[in-house]
Ligand binder design. Structure first.
Ligand code: 13P
Length: 286
């Protein structure tokens, strides 16, 4: 069962300069469709769950689904807890078997964030799990976490000190990226990614993937963004595919749930395949 650590997965991607897609799933269908895309594309993939998803499904059922669906899967896969400010949820998911967590203490002063992230890294190591860290909130509210206000940006020195002191396996800087749909063309500070990895070779997580162009993805991945997060696009694809199918079902007065699931699954799978191609992870399974 090639469930691999985030560290191993991002190590390959960072070295070879491709991006591992990290998709947020929110039910069994989205999980299964994205795993099926990874198998078809021979791509490594990170499956992410928000705190909201963990709480709505429950960590036992969610982890049970993950275990069953990845049994004997022939490509490397990893399970990650996305933006989590709650230490209790971090501990719950690590103990259950999640492979990595994003401890989101970006609302705290950097010194306190740094202190607690060191504790989370020590806790994760007991499970051989990985930790992603951040010191600036990524703009936009996602699954009830975050803010629409841009957060205070920190200097390069503060960012480097945080990465070195905490030993995080992946770092998520704010570079003008945002969760959700971009309201205007994002003005990305790609140079910040290059500046960080030039000093500390830590894989960078690119948040706010929905709405970025292929050129932006490729440039940022070449600079060291080894983990590329996509959430809003999965939600939109899922909802719109349901809407289109149900409108048609209503017009035909034909109500067959399995056909609905098949149609939605195909759309979600196609979305994942497209990103695997763009991020260069297609064919990179080992
Ligand atoms: P989007 O919702 O913009 O795709 O961002 C996803 C993300 O960064 C999850 O942490």
């Amino acid at each position: 069962m090639p469930i691999v650590s985030m560290q191993e997965m991002l190590g390959h991607a960072f070295k070879e300069r491709y991006g591992v897609p990290a998709f947020n799933i929110f039910n069994d269908l989205t999980l299964e469709a994205i795993l099926a895309a990874a198998v078809e594309a021979r791509s490594p993939v990170i499956i992410q769950t928000s705190v909201k998803t963990v709480k709505s499904i429950g960590s036992d059922v969610l982890f049970g689904m993950w275990t069953e669906m990845t049994r004997d899967i022939p490509v490397p896969v990893s399970l990650h807890l996305d933006h989590c400010p709650e230490r209790a949820v971090i501990s719950e998911c690590l103990a259950k078997g999640w492979n990595s967590v994003l401890f989101d203490a970006s609302a705290l002063p950097v010194a306190e964030n740094r202190r607690q992230t060191i504790e989370v890294v020590a806790e994760a190591r007991r499970y051989h799990a990985g930790v992603e860290g951040e010191i600036e909130g990524i703009q936009g509210v996602e699954d009830d976490i975050g803010s629409d206000e841009a957060s205070k940006s920190q200097s390069l020195e503060v960012a480097l000190d945080f990465v070195r002191a905490t030993g995080v396996d992946c770092f998520a800087p704010a570079i003008g990226n945002a969760h959700g749909m971009y309201k205007s063309e994002p003005n990305l500070d790609a140079q910040r990614v290059s500046d960080i990895v030039a000093v500390v070779p830590v894989p960078i997580a690119l948040h706010g993937g929905t709405g970025l162009t292929d050129e932006q993805f490729k440039d940022l991945i070449a600079r060291g963004c080894a983990k590329v997060n996509i959430s809003t696009a999965v939600k939109m694809t899922f909802m719109k595919a349901n809407l289109a199918f149900l409108r048609d079902a209503e017009a035909k007065n034909k109500w067959d749930p399995p056909s609905l699931f098949r149609a939605v699954r195909q759309e979600v799978k196609n979305l994942a395949l497209k990103h695997m191609q763009t991020f260069g992870s297609e064919g990179k399974a080992w």
